[in-house]
Design a binder for this molecule. Sequence first.
Ligand code: PMP
Length: 370
Amino acid sequence: HKKAISGVLSLEAYTPGMPIEELQRKLGVAEAVKLSSNENPLGMSPIARKAVADAIMGTDLARYPDGSGFRLKKKLAEMHKIAADCITLGNGSNDIIELLGRVYLGPGRKAMFSAHAFAVYSIIAQSQDAEMIVVPARPMTDAMPLGHDLNAFAAKLAPDVSLIFIANPNNPTGTWLEPGEIEAFLNKVPADVIVALDEAYYEYMDPKLSGNSRALLDKFPNLVVFRTFSKAYGLAGLRAGYALSSPEMADLLNRVRQPFNNNSLALLAAEVAIEDQAHVAKSVELNTREVARLSKELKALGLTVLPTQANFIAIGFGRDAKPVHQGLLERGVIVRPVASYEMPEFLRVSIGTERENDRFLDALKDILKA
Ligand code: PMP
């Protein structure tokens, strides 16, 4: 059996950030601050929260969810001006990544993605026993340090590559691609190679930089774009994401999808949250303002700050970041070490409320002073 599961044996389990209760208990502090999982510090739309609370009190949860996600797909179809049969719903966008892996990867196939790219791409590729082509990222001296280098992707295209992941913006770097870069790359990719564009942080991007992936879908049938309700919509705990693609690709993804992969509350919350764009706008506005403030403060401390269009900042310390991570924990602030992304000198901090960000800055200044 060892041979059959060699991909799985080569894996290490994804380690999420420490739960806030665990840290509070460990440190004996009443109020720790969790800035480690790129969540929305304002939470979900109050209207969605009310809908979920009402649903819990009702009796419908004794029934299976709507396995077709009819109402949510209808809303998404209107929002993106796309046919409902071009949409695949996922239990978070991680589920979409898994569906893509199950359809397009396997032994003898290759997945391609950037160094320092989102960890789940390699987890899925390895679990499918596919080979991985990890494309070197742009150098620290580049205007987009550690960002995806799509020219290097194109240069590494090989006949058995079947799935390419591009994260825009990327996690954990926060870096992004210029709108024209993605289209130029798609023009170089053979039509039978699937390009999966991960736009988990799309809503946070400056609209001038975010490009128009919806228009690219009409031009490139090998493109799939996926987004999530976990970030700007604040539904991370409920798990809802979705992919937009050609109807043919959506059909394939739906064939391997579990029948009830989205629970009833996630479907409901997502449907309602879409209607509350004011909440999304408020969340994005807070994020944009705080990214600017924190970046400025961090640079003033002499730290390296990677450019970001997401709801987090990758901070470089020029030395092993472990002691800083530990120091922050001791001060009740949880951030994300990114050594597993081959960025041992960096920490990733998610943008919180002004108060949470101040707690982080104060703790960091205290550590750097010592
Ligand atoms: N893609 C990227 C780039 C991410 O950072 C994340 C979350 N960390 C995801 C996908 C998956 O998020 P979810 O499953 O909550 O939609």
